[in-house]
Write a protein that binds this ligand. Structure first.
Ligand code: OAD
Length: 247
């Protein structure tokens, strides 16, 4: 007898096989199994750091030392390795089942896993920019400095190229996202609580053009209408999906 999850997995595989263009939207939950805490689960980053006190550019400019207490924790993720879920997504792309990934994550783990078409919607921790003269620095150069990294050209404060709450999505990321969404008839929504706009509007945008949704999450959160909900760990579900899909 088949379990409910197996039935849902088969349904998801059949949608993936029929789809003309599948894309994915991922969030922090795809990296928890790589040892990186998410934001809103128990013990998540925002349970320890108030996002309005630690997650805005205004706060960073007012009291960089305070915001660096939170950033230090983020920077410590550079040694994390992709998990089997990231690797399975990369394999799906290679096999032509996934056109690209829009990720809210700043950890580069999709790219480390081999995914090629990745849009970093909330920026990346890979580089830092001087708030005064715009000089750019790789993370490696910054993490070797003491706390409160500054520009070697003008000594002003360096900011990681991540999107704080009071900042706009980088225009290039926005246009790449809408190129990816164009013509997509299936969206995999994985490991995100879908609480932060504008990323949270991506599922309804895909649905509005007739696209279907597959959600992968420990606790399904998608409330925007019909979706195939694969409840469980990202790595386990992706591994099963990929195994059946690439038989
Ligand atoms: P959240 O922390 O809000 O949500 C993570 C989701 O992943 C939750 O719904 C968890 O149930 C789920 N999850 C955790 N571990 C999982 C696993 N192993 N398998 C499957 N699901 C799992 O993170 P995001 O939705 O990514 O923005 O947060 C969105 C944005 O809010 C972030 O990009 C960040 C944050 O503020 C900025 O910093 C601008």
């Amino acid at each position: 007898m088949r379990t409910v999850l197996t039935d849902l997995l088969s349904e998801a595989v059949s949608l993936l096989k029929k789809s003309r263009k599948t894309i994915a939207l991922t969030g922090a939950g795809v990296s928890t199994e790589s040892g990186i805490p998410d934001f809103r689960s128990k013990g998540g980053l925002w349970s320890r750091f108030d996002p309005m006190e630690y997650g805005t550019l205004g706060a960073f400019k007012r009291d960089p030392g305070k915001v660096w207490q939170m950033l230090t924790e983020l920077v410590s993720i550079i040694d994390a390795e992709p998990n089997i879920g990231h690797l399975s997504m990369a394999e799906m792309e290679k096999a032509g089942f996934l056109a690209g990934i829009i990720t809210q994550n700043i950890d580069s783990l999709h790219q480390k896993a081999g995914s090629k078409n990745v849009v970093e919607f909330h920026g990346s921790l890979d580089s830092f920019t001087c708030l005064y003269c715009d000089s750019s620095y790789p993370l490696a150069a910054v993490s070797q400095q003491d706390m409160l990294p500054t520009c070697t050209q003008c000594q002003a404060l360096l900011k990681p190229d991540i999107v704080f709450f009071d900042e706009q999505i980088p225009p290039a990321a926005f246009s790449q996202t809408y190129d990816l969404i164009h013509g997509a008839d299936l969206l995999i929504v994985a490991g995100t609580s879908c609480q932060v706009v504008p990323a949270a509007t991506i599922p309804s945008t895909v649905q509005a053009q007739g696209g279907k949704i597959i959600e992968i999450n420990l606790e399904p959160v998608f409330r925007g209408g019909e979706a195939i909900v694969l409840q469980g760990k990202f790595s386990e579900i992706m591994e099963q999906l990929q195994a059946v899909l690439l038989l």
